[in-house]
Design a protein around this ligand. Structure first.
Ligand SMILES: Nc1nc2c(ncn2[C@@H]2O[C@H](COP(=O)(O)OP(=O)(O)OP(=O)(O)O)[C@@H](O)[C@H]2O)c(=O)[nH]1
Ligand SMILES: [Mg+2]
Length: 416
């Protein structure tokens, strides 16, 4: 999320100015702020102020593709591919920063971990103590176990090793996502790529995914996409997050976005934003925008029918402008007034820059029919939804679709 804390503070003050136009005195406004706007702000603050880098822990056998995975997830070269000599169990911490996005990640590459395990499955004491020290130091949110098809086929050893480590290190061992890399090695010579257009390849991949689920004793498996079980499964348990097949050798990668989605979805809220923002994966940010629009729409539903006529209107407007700014920032604009003005200008066809709070509020109101001096909860909710969707269209799809086009949809949502 492109958030400069200072600009965010100023933006908040500007929104507060709009809300402060509400008649009815401090108490009414205060109460409205608390019930409605307060919720939205708390929600946003949780997203922004409490945001921290996600902590990922990547392990797997040498050559499985750990470094390739880190690079593919980050969308830029971070780790050296194919050149690391895993002679010790030392791990390497990468601070991956995305300065233009105000985001960073901490990724630990635990190369060499499995190399120390003897063929009969014995894990040396110093491997366990190394890993324990690692986990205590980095406190990863999630671990990603990178495997290749032949490693899976070779049997249960590595899965058993991980389970042993989990037992040995209670309380610090994170949930694990299984990443099945190098699925292209199933490909017969001259076979079609990608797997979606090759039923035999797709069958091999699905078979392996099911095998992994079985070894892990995961009976409850849900495909991410019902129509495309090939893209991986999510598990029910707390120890295993899911299994996702990928191709990471070079671009275009295959199915990395599913893995990114699973990790992003699993991460705690305070770590999620920096994870998905940094990926420059527009569709994930757009999903987040849609989510926030729905939540703001729900919050707005509580605004209607304030005791003082007209008091809820500025609060609602403030909320909606705030939502526009937020969605703009998800698309990597700055979270500041200029972003809201850019949107309003595009919608209205006239320049809004430099207007006072009242003017900004008025130009938004003109875009949202049905919001007059008296606001009902239904209207508040439906129009907030409409403004959010319109902002989403503008910031993500470069399309000018006025909020009025989404009001009906907003109302229909309420009926459901
Ligand atoms: N065919 C194929 N090769 C891949 C794929 N992903 C990575 N590779 C290749 O596998 C080799 C090892 O990849 P790395 O990412 O360095 O593996 P690693 O797990 O980091 O290895 P170590 O650091 O040595 O433990 C490289 O030559 C990669 O180009 C894939 O999906 N398919
Ligand atoms: Mg490596």
């Amino acid at each position: 999320m492109a958030v400069d804390p200072d600009k965010f503070k100023r933006f908040r003050e500007q929104v507060d100015d709009i809300v402060a136009m509400a008649p009815g005195g401090k108490r009414t406004v205060g109460r409205l702020m608390d019930t409605a706007f307060g919720d939205a702000l708390r929600e946003t603050e949780r997203l922004i102020d409490d945001s921290r880098p996600p902590r990922l822990y990547v392990f797997g056998r040498s050559g499985a593709g750990k470094s390739s995975l880190i690079n593919a997830l980050a969308n830029k070269p971070v780790a050296d591919v194919g050149s690391v000599e895993p002679t010790t169990v030392d791990s390497e911490l990468y601070h991956v920063s995305f300065p233009d996005r105000y985001a960073s990640w901490d990724v630990v590459d635990s190369r060499g971990l499995f190399e120390s395990v003897s063929p009969d499955g014995d894990i040396p004491g110093d491997t366990i103590s190394h890993l324990k020290a690692d986990l205590e130091e980095y406190r990863p949110d999630i671990a990603i176990h990178v495997m290749t098809p032949d490693q899976v086929r070779a049997g249960k050893d590595d899965f058993a090793t991980v389970e042993t480590l989990r037992r040995e290190l209670p309380g610090v061992f994170p949930p694990v996502v299984y990443c099945l890399n190098k699925v292209d090695t199933y490909l017969a010579p001259g076979g079609d790529w990608p797997p979606e257009s090759n039923p035999s390849l797709a069958g091999d991949i699905k078979h392996t995914l099911e095998f992994v689920a079985k070894i892990l004793n995961e009976e409850e498996t849900t495909p991410f996409d019902e129509s495309q079980p090939l893209h991986g499964y999510e598990f029910e348990s707390d120890d295993h997050v899911g299994v996702v097949p990928v191709y990471l050798k070079e671009e275009p990668y295959w199915n990395v976005d599913t893995l990114a989605w699973l990790v992003g979805d699993f991460l705690p809220v305070d770590a999620r934003l920096q994870f998905i923002q940094a990926q420059q994966r527009e569709e994930l940010m757009q999903e987040l925008s849609r989510d926030v629009t729905k939540r703001f729409s729900g919050i707005a539903g509580g605004i209607g029918s304030a005791p003082t006529p007209g008091a809820d209107f500025p609060v609602l407007t403030g909320l909606q402008l705030f939502l526009v700014g937020l969605i703009g920032s998800f698309s990597c604009r700055e979270l500041e007034r200029g972003t809201v003005e850019e949107y309003l200008t595009a919608m209205g066809g006239t320049t809004v820059a430099g207007l006072a709070a009242r003017g900004v509020a008025r130009s938004l109101a003109q875009l949202v029919p049905g919001v007059g001096q008296v606001v009902s909860g239904t209207v508040a909710s439906a129009t907030t939804y409409a403004v959010g969707r319109s902002a989403e269209e503008y910031f993500f799809n470069d399309a000018v679709v006025k909020p009025s086009a989404f009001v009906k949809k907003g109302k229909d949502r309420l009926q459901r």
